[in-house]
Design a protein around this ligand. Sequence first.
Ligand code: ZN
Length: 110
Amino acid sequence: MPARQCPFCGKSVSNVHRQCPYCRETLPEVPNVHAAQPQWSNAQAHRKVRQGMLYMLLAGLIYYFVGGYGSPFQLPVAFQPIVSQFLIPLLFLAGIGLALYGYYMKKSHA
Ligand SMILES: [Zn+2]
């Protein structure tokens, strides 16, 4: 049985008591950890979704120019194949993950 200390007399009291059996003072409520609300707000969730969308858009934009599709506007530097084959898809997937996480945050908060 979990016990706590009475804030008035200092003796150890069981959690089930609402009143101290020694000094008869009313004990304050024990905060319920399981009923705690999530720590994020709706605005934070919206920000995460927006960030995820931005990363996806950025990945698409980088892929467009690195892949040589922006024909009149060629980039003056050559990129390693790892950039277009691994890093840009990774950025895109990270953006999807962040957007889904933000969406999940929004849904679980409501
Ligand atoms: Zn007491």
